[in-house]
Design a protein around this ligand. Structure first.
Ligand SMILES: Nc1ncnc2c1ncn2[C@@H]1O[C@H](COP(=O)(O)OP(=O)(O)OP(=O)(O)O)[C@@H](O)[C@H]1O
Ligand SMILES: [Mg+2]
Length: 262
């Protein structure tokens, strides 16, 4: 089922397995993210989405398999080294530094850089994407709303001028309107800067509209992959992830109830 690994892949996972003690969270996960695309991993609570991202960024060491970034084997390497290679992780629940100002949070994102002019340019760039951050630049980040903190977390990752950003559920806890706004800007960042993005989401609707290629993760395994255009048309995805089966009813999401994906 896995597509052949192509040369323009920025990130490749091959047969990755990660566990927490006796609990195998992900198994046999192979995926790739091509340069310039937005790829997404869809899955319900506990499917293993966050575990995939933590394994990529070195927070968790996998039991099996390999992670390659820009052709380099980064499996189980020090997270700080992985950041230096140009891979930034925006974690679940954003995690800004609450007692630092918005501006200082942004500068923390640029700590690996010493091109001052470039850092200043990128600060201006993120202020243009998220004008509220310019207004609040001197304010403690802990005083921002949840949505504004998500904007800051994404912006802090951008400040490293990375080749790849891992985005863990940017929609978590946000209103539909704010989620839409943030996704629109994520797509703009991808199109305008060419930043490659791997997004994990429960919000399949948003993720499938924003992304180019998608993987469906269930109980730690990838059960389906395809272009997002094609995934959007698949009956199983419509039924279980987009709640479109019963006409007119925003069907309760019967996650995980059916296993025979087609
Ligand atoms: N620190 C941990 N210790 C033990 N088990 C864990 C730990 N973190 C995650 N797990 C387990 O690993 C599995 C995958 O969890 P993970 O956080 O990757 O899921 P997720 O897809 O990100 O879910 P969510 O959408 O709720 O964030 C779950 O069964 C979870 O209970
Ligand atoms: Mg998660």
């Amino acid at each position: 089922m896995t597509a052949p690994l192509t040369d323009n892949a920025v990130l490749k996972l091959l047969n990755v397995e990660s566990a927490y003690g006796p609990i195998k969270a992900i198994r046999g996960v192979s995926l790739q993210v091509r340069r310039g695309e937005i790829a997404t991993v869809l899955g319900s609570n506990g499917a293993g989405k966050t575990t995939i991202l933590k394994t990529i960024s070195g927070i968790i060491d996998p039991r099996k398999g390999t992670v390659e970034f820009k052709g380099e084997n980064i499996t189980a390497q020090d997270p700080a080294h992985i950041v230096q290679l140009g891979l930034m992780h925006v974690p679940e629940g954003r995690e800004v530094f609450p007692l630092l100002s918005v501006r200082d949070n942004l500068l923390m994102g640029a700590y690996t850089r010493n091109d001052r002019d470039g850092v200043a340019r990128d600060m201006e760039l993120v202020f243009n994407y998220f004008p509220i951050l310019r207004e609040r630049a001197a304010q403690d980040a802990g005083l921002l709303s949840g949505g504004q903190q998500q904007m800051l977390a994404i912006s802090r990752a951008l400040m490293a001028n990375p080749d790849l950003i891992l985005l863990d559920e940017p929609s978590l806890g946000l209103s539909p309107k704010l989620t839409k706004e943030i996704f629109e800007i994520v797509v703009r960042i991808n199109r305008e800067r060419g930043t490659t993005i791997l997004l994990v989401e429960q919000n399949a609707n948003m993720a499938l509209n924003a992304s180019d290629y998608g993987y469906v993760l269930e109980n730690g395994r990838i059960v389906m992959e395809d272009t997002c255009a094609r995934l959007r048309e698949k009956e199983d995805i419509k039924e279980f992830y987009l709640g479109m089966k019963e006409a007119g009813v925003r069907a309760d999401r019967r996650w995980k109830k059916k296993k025979n994906w087609r």
